[in-house]
Write a protein that binds this ligand. Structure first.
Ligand SMILES: Cc1ncc(COP(=O)(O)O)c(C=O)c1O
Length: 464
């Protein structure tokens, strides 16, 4: 697959189409900046993930990582496909419940879970509460004793991956990460003993790790599974019967690459952006990871004489990332030194998501024939700082004010990391059943001050 097709785009004359919709038309109808979600692409990503693991004989359970894209309609569609929810806060748990997910379809994570979150997880009978420290286990014990309900628990381990200097993708699972139990630590042994002693309070389900985000090869998963085997051995030796392994999320997507520390530095020092990855893989990442999981898990169960472990995943980016794009309008174009051109649009990294700085997103111009001239542009938002980047060094046809740009793969960590820097947040439209409609209205100025109080001479009332 080449060119536009890799992003699900096509051209008809000068129209740039995504999921059969003319992007200039969507921008004109709903205004920019605008996020557009494709229901079809969301469902397709879910089905592809399930198929990759099921083809290896693995009974996979998918819990969408809500923080990645906590937009109710997006969550609803994924839930309709069969996805549960991975939550890290009381808000996310509340949202999942509000959308109709039973506790059994919710996995609760979090480095510092509040008591209220733990209590809600217990009351709703969460499928899994992944405990990260002995102190958290003690707190949960008190809650469970009070509530008189058993809790389904997993233990988050630190698989101790070799720290790759200057790479961020596996940071959470690296040996220097402060997250997760460490094998051999007194805390790990004490946690196991506490769980063994209180089967009336804790239903031990298994282990959990999460390695990072934007991982583009199966190697780190292979290493983490090898490390998890040791933790499982400890649990078995302590008298626990693990039944599941939750390998978190982190799966990268083909059309997007996370920057290394060197690449971020280049961006700041020389204004040099990176191209999106262009190599098309012979085999999908998910197929490779599924292969590694199937082999390792069945080997492990056979050698230890235990039933095969259930496999849970908590994907975010791999499901919602490619299913959402961002439309921006060019407001001004300026010539810069050494033949560089800058195009300023209606929003950039400072309000939409800092990931526009640390990831390479493909950008296309709508309303132009494909063979229009190719010039290099540095694309910025509208804020008065060169950090308000959209993308640097992109090859595009000649741009003019009013042109619409499509920034691809913006479905992960955009709607959740966006902010109100100097103005309202964008609307979100969804393409479903052949037409497009808003699933989130653009914020208004009034929305931004609706919870504020003002006083003093000349102040107009903010809101009732
Ligand atoms: C525990 C956990 N699970 C799942 C995810 C989702 O990761 P991704 O979007 O890379 O799949 C995250 C993201 O930070 C996470 O922290």
């Amino acid at each position: 697959m080449n060119g536009l097709e890799r992003w699900g785009l096509s051209r008809r004359g000068t129209q740039l189409l995504w999921d059969d919709h003319d992007l200039s038309d969507l921008a004109a109808r709903f205004g920019t900046p605008l996020f557009v979600v494709s229901r079809h692409r969301l469902e397709e990503a879910f089905t592809a993930m399930e198929a990759a693991f099921r083809s290896q004989g693995l009974a996979l359970e998918i819990f969408f990582s809500v923080k990645t894209n906590p937009v109710p309609r997006v969550l609803e569609i994924l839930a309709g496909c069969g996805a549960g929810a991975e939550v890290i806060s009381e808000f996310e748990l509340w949202l999942a419940r509000k959308l109709g997910l039973d506790g059994d379809r919710i996995v609760v994570n979090g480095t510092l879970k509040s008591e209220a979150l733990l209590r809600a997880a217990v009351t709703h009978g969460a499928h899994l509460i992944n405990i990260e420290t002995l102190a958290e286990l003690e707190t949960l014990r008190e809650i469970v004793e009070r509530e008189g309900r058993r809790a389904n628990i997993g233990l988050r381990i630190n698989p101790g991956l070799r720290k790759r200097a200057f790479h961020f993708t596996t940071a959470s699972g690296s040996s220097t990460s402060p997250i997760g139990f460490r094998r051999g630590s007194g805390e790990w042994q004490k946690a196991l003993r506490l769980i063994v002693r209180r089967p009336d309070l804790f239903a031990f389900r298994g282990l959990h790790f999460h390695l990072g985000s934007g991982i583009r090869e199966a190697g780190p998963y292979r290493d983490a599974l090898a490390s998890a085997a040791g933790f499982f051995d400890d649990a078995l030796a302590a008298g626990l019967q693990p039944e599941a392994l939750d390998i978190g999320g982190g799966f990268g997507i083909d059309t997007l690459k996370e920057a290394t520390a060197g690449e971020v530095l280049r961006l700041f020092v020389w204004n040099r952006g990176q191209e999106p990855p262009d190599a098309t893989r012979s085999r999908g990442l998910l197929d490779e990871v599924a292969d590694v999981c199937a082999g390792t898990l069945s080997d492990y169960a056979r050698k230890r004489g235990i039933p095969p472990l259930r496999l849970l995943v908590e994907p975010g980016r791999a499901l919602s990332g490619p299913a959402q794009i961002l439309l921006l309008s060019v407001r001004s174009v300026r010539e810069r030194a050494r033949g560089r051109r800058a195009a300023f649009c209606d929003a950039g990294a400072m309000s939409l998501s800092p990931l526009l700085i640390s990831e390479s997103h493909a950008v296309f111009a709508a309303g132009r024939a494909e063979d229009a001239g190719r010039l290099r542009y540095d694309i910025y938002g509208s804020l008065p700082t060169p950090l308000d980047i959209v993308s640097l060094g992109r090859r595009l046809p000649e741009l003019n004010p009013g042109d619409v740009l499509a920034v691809m793969d913006t479905g992960a960590y955009f709607t959740s990391l966006g902010n109100n820097f100097a103005g309202p947040r964008p609307a979100i439209a969804m393409i479903e059943n052949g037409s497009a409609s808003l699933i989130r209205k653009r914020e208004t100025f009034e929305d931004l001050v609706s919870r504020d109080a003002v006083s003093g001479a000349g102040a107009t009332e903010v809101s009732s």
